[in-house]
Design a binder for this molecule. Structure first.
Ligand SMILES: *[C@@H]1O[C@H](CO)[C@@H](O)[C@H](O)[C@H]1NC(C)=O
Ligand SMILES: *[C@@H]1O[C@H](CO)[C@@H](O)[C@H](O)[C@H]1NC(C)=O
Ligand SMILES: *[C@@H]1O[C@H](CO)[C@@H](O)[C@H](O)[C@H]1NC(C)=O
Ligand SMILES: *[C@@H]1O[C@H](CO)[C@@H](O)[C@H](O)[C@H]1NC(C)=O
Length: 337
């Protein structure tokens, strides 16, 4: 009894503590998600997006002349890259993105770029001249005259389709669209494309997302206001790396005239695919897990597209596969590939 009496007064105090803790956390959360910087950054980004949403064409600044090609190109690696990611592009050129001709299969690459977000000033000028130099050396830059910005990435998708339609439709059979932080096992992708036609045309294959909804958390990178989109997203492929064919690009481009620009590029492709009646097909070899440098590299053996590698890790994985990949055959079962 005495113990109970002694204990009783501590209950309201605990309640008080709990309430204090909860309200402080709530306040911190509100402050965090509405923090002046994030909020302002996000609304100005939305504003910029809405202001230029109707504009779907921008001039081409650099375009490689890979088409028409003497030999038909089996696979084009089309890699979205931020203008300042020189190292990532170089790593890809030196590893999985090398031009190659293997048993009659021609593989080429192109990087999709736009212009610096602060169009003028010494930094922008320096970037522009470095890209010009880079393009003189490698002739693999496709650059358009719009500002590099998270919400403008969809334009790279759309303008790439236009460029492809105008120059390469008859010369290139397949395209692997990817980001500059992925590792692609090009041999495996070619094997897959050569193999029995598990891939039905129009091909749109990768890591499938279905029944996903817009992120409504203010401050999140993928935040989408209700006014921009309501309901669930259509099925779409994770933008890190997915496969399409020349026929698919033709259909997507046709459909895009009916689809308003949307700030999240991979979802936009899904929207166009839905209008074009193209079914999105999942393949377990596309980004089944993220790259983690503390894991044994054999963990990823068998993966077609792997996500989140820094440029030095591209070299490490590439060299490991070249020299010791054959030793990995015992690991494949782990991911079920
Ligand atoms: C996209 O680029 C255009 C053209 O450079 C620019 O006017 C617009 O503000 C950019 N949009 C975003 C969201 O940054
Ligand atoms: C796609 O490319 C192949 C081979 O490069 C070509 O034969 C075919 O006609 C192209 N398809 C379209 C729709 O242009
Ligand atoms: C979409 O594709 C399905 C099956 O592939 C077909 O039955 C349907 O008629 C197509 N719809 C349109 C609008 O093309
Ligand atoms: C794979 O594992 C088996 C038994 O676990 C072993 O005998 C074989 O040598 C291994 N192969 C390689 C290439 O390491």
């Amino acid at each position: 009894m005495a113990a109970q009496l002694k204990k009783a007064p501590s209950l309201p105090r605990r309640l008080l503590y709990t309430m204090f803790f909860l309200s402080t956390s709530a306040l911190l959360l509100v402050l965090f998600y509405n923090d002046g910087l994030t909020g302002e950054w996000q609304s100005s980004l939305h504003q910029a997006f809405l202001l230029s949403r109707q504009v779907k064409t921008y001039p081409l600044l650099h375009g490689p002349r890979i088409c028409p090609s003497r030999r038909p190109i089996t696979l084009l690696l089309a890699v979205k890259s931020h203008i300042s990611n020189f190292e990532q592009r170089q790593a890809i050129r030196n590893t999985w993105g090398k031009d190659r001709l293997q048993s009659e299969q021609v593989v080429r690459r192109v990087f999709l770029l736009s212009i610096p977000d602060k169009g003028v000033g010494p930094y922008a000028t320096a970037l522009n001249s470095m890209v010009m130099e880079e393009n003189n050396l490698y002739r693999d830059i496709l650059q358009w005259d719009f500002q590099e910005s998270f919400y403008n990435v969809t334009l790279k998708e759309l303008l790439f389709w236009h460029w492809f339609q105008d120059h390469c439709m008859g010369s290139i059979r397949y395209v692997l669209k990817g980001d500059d932080d992925v590792f692609v096992d090009v041999e495996r992708v070619l094997d897959f494309l050569r193999g029995p036609p598990t891939h039905v045309e129009p091909l749109y294959m990768g890591r499938l997302f279905v029944n996903t909804f817009p992120v409504r958390l203010w401050g999140n990178k993928y935040y989408v206001p209700w006014s921009l989109y309501s309901g669930a997203y259509p099925p779409y492929m994770g933008g890190g790396g997915y496969l399409i064919s020349n026929k698919t690009i033709r259909l997507l481009l046709q459909a895009s005239s009916e689809v308003l620009l949307f700030p999240i590029d991979d979802v936009y492709v899904g929207m166009c695919a839905e209008v074009a009646n193209i079914s999105a097909r999942h393949h377990q070899g596309f980004m089944p897990i993220e790259f983690n440098p503390s894991q044994h590299p054999c963990i990823y053996w068998g993966v077609l597209v792997l996500h989140r590698l820094e440029s030095n890790q591209q070299y490490l994985l590439w060299n490991f596969y070249k020299s010791q990949g054959h030793k990995c055959d015992n690991f494949t079962s782990q991911l079920g590939l």
